[in-house]
Design a protein around this ligand. Sequence first.
Ligand code: ADP
Ligand code: MG
Length: 394
Amino acid sequence: MNKKTLRDIEVRNKRVIVRCDFNVPMDGEGNITDDKRIVASIPTIRYLVDHGARVILMSHLGRPKGKVDPKYSMVPVGRRLGELLGREVIVAKDVIGEDARLKSGQMKPGELMLLENVRFHKEETDNDPSFAKELASMAEVFVNDAFGTAHRAHASTEGIAKFLPAVAGFLIEKELEMLGGALEKPDRPFTAVLGGSKVSDKIDVISSLLDKVDNLLIGGGMMFTFLKARGLETGKSIVEDDKVPLAGELMEKAAQRGVKLVLPVDTVVAEAFQNDARHYSVPVERIPRDYMGLDIGEKTRDIFRSIISESKTVVWNGPMGVFEMPNFASGTLEVAKAMAECKGKSIVGGGDSAAAVEQLGFADRMTHVSTGGGASLEFLEGKELPGITVLMDK
Ligand code: ADP
Ligand code: MG
């Protein structure tokens, strides 16, 4: 990675402001339902504490839309973080107000403070320079460790870096090493597995990966736009008619580059978009007019499994079917299993894909499951992430 990290700067006794991604799911009663993102931020925080920094943490939580809303207070996050670290985490009553200033001024080396939700101010998402400057004025060093928000140029992710020496935290470093490493110098064969609902969401990923991979396996709802481009009947399956020509072009491009683009040979079709709808598996040439495809079929799973198992690098984005419904989760499950068993590198990016792998119990057996969601998708698309671009080069 060509960006400076925490290890490249002196932090002892310094006030270090860290942008974390503490945007955790909550149950509506102030309870955190999944603390994965808080856990992922621990290595950076622990390093700073151990090296005698005065640590000011900040994040957004939910969408308070620029107003103070107690429903989105960081207090539960501070409590959970304190439990995980086994130390006190002071939570400021505001973001750049009197309380935050007073408390940041009184901090001793090794102490931790969490600011209130940065999105309590609309200046955050506006990337307002004076708001960014106010945040910066509380510290001497900025660390960005919020990979999940790195694709957004906000005051706490991008703007602030213009006022302070700015480096990457360990989570961002790890994400870039894993995702970037796989894309830049993959061990081959290199296979991408792409699914999800819409081709339109994934065009940029497909195009970008077509230049890099040996195999491109396509499942999920977007397979039907490709099947339609091949002239097949797709019934009531999700199809983006205006993207059919594009799907055709992508298949041609793959053929020109010698990339093996693999479409499903069979699909599980259902009478309705419901778990208990009548369903069965058919070859893709025989999708009934009044049925919709909600998963890849068994033969396809076998084909995908064998390609994955022979790969040295596999990157996966997008579920193979409507995995939220148990009757249509098998394709996603089989791909997850094949990746877990694959001896090569297995990397999962994308919000729903990460959730699927987690839910199906395979997360621990992957080389890397990105915490990034949208950010990991943009990274795979080959886009620059503003929250990373702005950090100091090595
Ligand atoms: P990610 O967040 O990992 O990038 P997407 O958001 O692109 O993934 O896609 C996830 C969604 O795609 C899931 O909610 C899943 O139900 C849906 N999906 C997968 N296959 C189909 C299908 N055949 N028909 C309709 N929706 C599908
Ligand atoms: Mg999604």
